[in-house]
Design a protein around this ligand. Structure first.
Ligand code: HEM
Length: 181
């Protein structure tokens, strides 16, 4: 594990444990809970992806457009009849280091998603949880983040942004869980 990856993983471990426990409380044999989980992910993911588009995540990883999942999550939301309010645009311009932290969280969240995809009935829409990518894309991203975050200050900026991004998922998860239980 490279230095940046090690630090990001260690410094967001507690946040990951919280979102894991939180999203584990959605009962994925119930369609309403599944819809709630997707809505929560959409609420957190869509504005972060929009910010990454606007502030130039493609300069960090040129395949950023292929990594985006706002489109696939929208397919599932439409199929399940969930109307999400339009999310406002983010005010602050993100630094490259902050975007690196966001990318770490969004791309890492796919790793757990593939386990969740196995728990839902086969007939349900699963464009988002089922959107797999070859494992080399995760490894390549980690190499790029390491090359970028070689100074302690920039690494800590990325860590802060990563924890804030986890915070968005946690807040959205808690909100949507309260609606479905
Ligand atoms: C029920 C929900 C979740 C489960 C069961 C879960 C499970 C997992 C598992 C098993 C891995 C390791 C996969 C591997 O190494 O191949 C992983 C990694 C990761 N997950 Fe989750 N996850 C969940 C939710 C999330 C969410 C909501 C996020 C972010 C918003 C997230 C972010 C990450 C990140 C960043 C990693 C990479 C850790 C590393 O640096 O190796 N996870 N998750």
């Amino acid at each position: 594990m490279n230095t940046a990856h090690l630090r990001l993983r260690e410094a967001t471990g507690a946040a990951h444990a919280r979102v894991d426990a939180l999203f584990g409380r959605f009962d994925l044999s119930r369609r309403d809970d599944y819809a709630g989980l997707l809505a929560a992910h959409a609420e957190a993911l869509i504005p972060v992806e929009a910010l990454l588009d606007r502030d130039g995540a493609q300069a960090i990883t040129e395949d950023w457009p292929q990594r985006r999942r706002a489109g696939v999550i929208q397919v599932d939301l439409d199929a399940l009849g969930i109307d999400m309010p339009e999310s406002g645009s983010e005010e602050d311009v993100a630094s490259t280091a902050a975007m690196a932290g966001m990318l770490y969280v969004l791309e890492g969240s796919r790793l757990g998603g593939r386990f969740l995809a196995r728990s839902i009935p086969e007939t349900w829409p699963r464009a988002y949880l089922g959107s797999q990518q070859p494992p080399h894309m995760w490894r390549e991203l980690l190499v790029k983040l390491d090359a970028l975050l070689y100074e302690p200050d920039t690494l800590e900026t990325a860590v802060t942004a990563a924890n804030q991004t986890f915070g968005r998922f946690e807040a959205a998860g808690a909100k949507w869980l309260a609606k479905v239980v």
